[in-house]
Design a protein around this ligand. Structure first.
Ligand SMILES: CC(C)(COP(=O)(O)OP(=O)(O)OC[C@H]1O[C@@H](n2cnc3c(N)ncnc32)[C@H](O)[C@@H]1OP(=O)(O)O)[C@@H](O)C(=O)NCCC(=O)NCCS
Length: 180
């Protein structure tokens, strides 16, 4: 397990999947804002669930997020599209509604930076989020990510195009203990 100050990132367990699916995927509004793919209903237990992990897939590292104190499941996080030539990857995360606003998201980003830069030797990490996702923007910026651009009308969300913000952090600028 990878440990932050409040949360740990561990492998996905079978029992996590129905909880993540019910609390994250089945919330159509949340899914539509947090995932670039269109929402569609997924049958409980289906191998098509976005939370089912393929351990043979080398381009993505999927984690479940748990509280360090007690081990309760609080969300999902991933390093996706790991590119070993350009040594870059994207960060994604989603917390269960009752676990938001407690500093966990900021901690998850810190742990994913440790995983990407220290464990995997990557050079660049990237986050894309909606321009009105204040909590995600702040969690990224507190970990040293900088806004590199706005992708205008890049996301179709529940009937309208919204802007996305692209944030990046380079290994040389990463300060493991900084929460500025
Ligand atoms: C986005 C998300 C991961 C952020 O994690 P979080 O644990 O809620 O965020 P934190 O508690 O670490 O807060 C980060 C900062 O944002 C602020 N913040 C939290 N919720 C906020 C809100 N609703 N509006 C404005 N600011 C907010 C916090 O005060 C904190 O700022 P500070 O460090 O100056 O105090 C989480 O809210 C979530 O899972 N949302 C739904 C899914 C999603 O949007 N995923 C990201 C897709 S790119």
């Amino acid at each position: 397990m990878l440990r932050g100050s409040k949360v740990g990132l561990r492998a996905r367990h079978e029992g996590d999947i129905p909880v993540l699916q019910a609390e994250l995927h089945d919330d159509v509004a949340n899914h539509s804002r947090a995932d670039g793919r269109p929402w569609r209903p997924i049958t409980p237990g289906s191998k098509e669930s976005p939370f089912v992990v393929d351990d043979k897939e080398q381009r993505h590292a999927w984690f479940s997020v748990v509280e360090l104190d007690g081990g309760t499941l609080v969300g999902a996080a991933e390093l996706w599209n790991i590119d070993t030539h350009n040594r870059s990857a994207h960060i994604g995360l989603g917390l269960l509604p009752s676990s938001r606003g407690k500093g966990y998201g900021t901690d998850v980003v810190a742990v994913l930076c440790h995983y990407g830069f220290a464990v995997r030797g990557l050079h660049r990490l990237q986050i894309e989020t909606l321009s009105d996702n204040a909590a995600m923007l702040r969690a990224a910026e507190r970990n040293g990510f900088v806004r590199e651009g706005v992708l205008r009308s890049a996301a179709w969300v529940m009937g309208e195009f919204l802007d996305e913000v692209l944030l990046g952090l380079l290994a040389r600028d990463w300060k493991p203990d900084a929460k500025g």
